[in-house]
Design a protein around this ligand. Structure first.
Ligand code: PEP
Length: 250
């Protein structure tokens, strides 16, 4: 049985006091949630403070990026070990904003995924097609390639901490969302491709999320699809009551 995961990606929003205020509200609002795993991904600067607030609660802590080396002369970078050191549970890797603005390639994503899993972090690897690719009928091909390249050479023994998020780029932050059925079809394909790499057993247990303009008003449509195991939520995770409504979609 795959336990749904609903993760808030706070992107480059929230100062430390703002992040602490938001997570304190969520901690109260979501205290009795047992059927959904919840994670919040504040910016690096707020990870430790948010981690202090959620200590002892069911809320999990996620980062939004990392670098694949353990340590070294890599000015401005953060290693997987530095994240586990402060109690981080998950890391988002290969978000489309990192691919678009920071030129992350599938090969970079692959190195990050492997380094994060080796350090014991849970990974949420993001894949998804652009609007041009979708219009050209390339969705399946592009996403298949991102999954294949992103997971290339993965140690099967580490794959149990792997989560994939299908996030069509045209749906992120735009208010446009895929239909539940469209997303479920791509996610079913992702599971088949992942099974070819990590094996049927692990792929059957792997959570695959949808992300792209998820809101309180559309979460039910996604969660009604048996293939969809949760959501990666951007904009709507910045407000406690909208994120809490999404988590309580039932
Ligand atoms: C995201 O940042 O992963 C995302 C899905 O953003 P939004 O929910 O704002 O579309």
């Amino acid at each position: 049985m795959r336990k749904p995961l609903i993760m808030g990606n706070w992107k480059m929003y929230k100062t430390v006091p703002e992040a602490v205020r938001l997570v304190k509200q969520l901690k109260v609002m979501l205290a009795d949630t047992v059927d959904v795993e919840i994670a919040v991904c504040p910016p690096f600067t707020a990870l430790q403070a948010v981690g202090e607030v959620i200590k002892g609660s069911a809320l999990k802590l996620g980062a939004q990026n990392l670098f694949w080396e353990k340590e070294g002369a890599y000015t401005g970078e953060i290693s997987p070990e530095m994240l586990t050191d402060i109690g981080v549970d998950y890391c988002i890797i290969g978000h489309s904003e990192r691919r678009a603005y920071f030129h992350e390639t599938d090969a970079d994503v692959n190195r990050k995924v492997k380094a994060a899993l080796a350090a014991g972090l849970g990974v949420v690897m993001c894949v998804g097609e652009t609007l041009e690719q979708r219009r050209a009928g390339l969705t399946q091909r592009v996403v298949e390639e991102q999954v294949t390249n992103g997971l290339a050479g993965l140690e099967v023994s580490q794959a149990d901490k792997l989560v994939i998020a299908y996030e069509p780029v045209w749906a992120i932050g735009t208010g446009e969302n895929a239909t539940g059925q469209d997303a479920a079809e791509v996610i079913a394909m992702i599971r088949r491709v992942a099974a070819g790499i990590v094996g049927e057993e692990i792929a059957a247990e792997m959570r695959i999320l949808y992300g792209g303009s998820v809101k309180p008003g559309n979460i039910k449509e996604f969660m009604a699809q048996p293939e969809i195991d949760g959501a990666l939520v951007g904009g709507a995770s910045l407000d406690a009551s909208s994120f809490a409504q999404i988590v309580r979609y039932n």
